[in-house]
Design a protein around this ligand. Structure first.
Ligand SMILES: [Zn+2]
Length: 431
């Protein structure tokens, strides 16, 4: 579809920029990697104009979705924006008093993107920007390479925008997520390789086929969607930026763009955010960014992923250097978790806060536990842990939990079995 040249949004985006080479291109250019150094372009804004425009429209009159502070988002065509993400964003910030009591953190909050619309992960934020950009370019097909959640987001948001979606999964996919993409009408193509191999092949395919890929060719725009987490959390805390964010990292988009969002809020006078630390959560079996932070080198060394947290299984993180910079410049840290620790933390979150997350969320909680035990999070500090995905999508991948054999449908037999469990006298019997 080609959109009519209609109303512009309030976006103050100006150019594509490579911060490394200081190379700049017009915003409508479709080059996504710097010709000088190969890094992905960033989006630059006119922050003075943003300051003015932000002041013109009271917060109370703004959209309650990801477009709330569209001055700091990169989409210019109102018609493109109108088709995407209208019900995305504004997920709850939950005071996790019961989990916090277990961890010794009185002000622990969960940014619960497991309830994100339409596809139950934080990826709806970034893919919304990518699809809006696709419409802005007048294209009708979108591809993506996905560990799971990008695929469901592209399928959902692509369907609503009326574009064809092609989802490329690595060999070790989470079946439920791939099946969801099919149910949403997308074409699913599984590749015989891990995520990093699939990602490299898809980069070539994008150039060969001319299909725009949400997290490859549209990446400068895609990444901007992650800033909305920072905008929302600070507003939900009454414009007081938290002492700490704990954020799961795969490619590193979320943590690096939360950092960018915080910097921008300070720049345009929305909130004082300079003291906020960002800590990274990664699985032990795939922690190239955490390793670079913890060993103090800052050097990302590619790893071959081996983890139950499939949505974090990216061994060559595209935004890794940006994350290291975000973490170290803010005095943050990192923690890794084993597969067992990930599932224990996932269970603890479920039994204390009633939130069923996927292994990526378990990784965040496990890392929060470690950071608290190491004294990196103070008992009275405000800590925001980002729960990025939903456990109902990955339940088939979680360890079996036994329950009793089938019981006769009569009160006596039921009371007998129930008696074994009440008061915690036994755990569960074998299934
Ligand atoms: Zn460059």
């Amino acid at each position: 579809m080609t959109l009519p040249a209609g109303q512009p949004t309030r976006s103050c985006a100006t150019e594509l920029v490579c911060h490394h080479c200081e190379l700049r291109l017009p915003l409508m250019d479709t080059t996504f990697r710097c010709m000088g150094c190969g890094r992905v372009f960033d989006i630059d804004y006119d922050y003075e104009l943003a300051k003015t425009r932000l002041g013109e429209l009271p917060t109370a009159e703004r959209a309650v979705n990801i477009w709330r502070f569209e001055e700091l988002l990169p989409i210019k065509a109102a018609e493109a924006k109108a088709h995407v993400g209208i019900n995305s964003g504004r997920t709850p910030l939950i005071h996790a008093d019961r989990l916090g009591a277990e961890l010794g953190l009185r002000k622990l909050y969960l940014k619960d993107d497991s309830t994100q619309r339409p596809s139950l992960s934080y990826k709806d934020r970034v893919v919304s920007m990518a699809v809006a950009r696709l419409l802005e370019l007048g294209k009708e097909e979108i591809g993506c390479v996905s560990t799971g959640n990008v695929g469901t987001a592209v399928s959902s948001l692509g369907a609503k925008a009326g574009v064809a979606a092609y989802v490329f999964y690595p060999s070790n996919l989470e079946r439920g997520k791939a099946r969801a993409c099919r149910a949403l009408g997308a074409t699913v193509i599984q590749l015989d390789g891990n995520y990093d191999e699939a990602n490299r092949a898809c980069r070539e395919l994008a150039l060969a086929s001319g299909i725009q890929f949400a997290n490859i060719t549209l990446r400068p725009f895609y990444a901007e969607g992650a800033k909305t987490v920072a905008f929302e959390v600070v507003e939900q805390l009454d414009w007081v930026s938290p002492d700490h964010f704990v954020i799961p990292a795969a490619g590193g988009t979320l943590s690096s763009r939360v950092h960018k969002g915080l910097v921008e809020m300070e720049k345009v006078g929305m909130a004082a955010t300079a003291a906020t630390k960002i800590h990274i959560a990664q699985p032990e079996g795939c922690g190239p960014i955490a390793t670079a932070v913890l060993d103090g080198t800052g050097e990302i060394v590619e790893q071959r992923p081996k983890t139950v947290a499939h949505s974090l299984a990216i061994g060559a993180p595209g935004d890794g250097p940006l994350v290291v910079d975000a973490v170290t410049s803010r005095g943050g840290s990192a923690a890794t978790a084993t597969d067992d620790e990930i599932f224990e933390a996932l269970d603890l979150l479920g039994s204390t806060e009633g939130i069923l997350t996927e292994p990526a969320g378990g990784t965040t909680v496990a890392a929060t536990i470690k950071l608290a035990n190491e004294g990196k999070l103070g008992a009275d500090d405000t800590v925001v842990a980002v729960i990025s995905g939903n456990g109902y999508k990955t339940l088939d991948e979680h360890p079996e939990k036994p329950w009793p054999e089938m019981v006769a449908c009569e009160v006596e037999a039921m009371e007998e079995v129930l008696g074994e469990f009440r008061g915690g006298r036994v755990g569960a019997t074998s299934s």
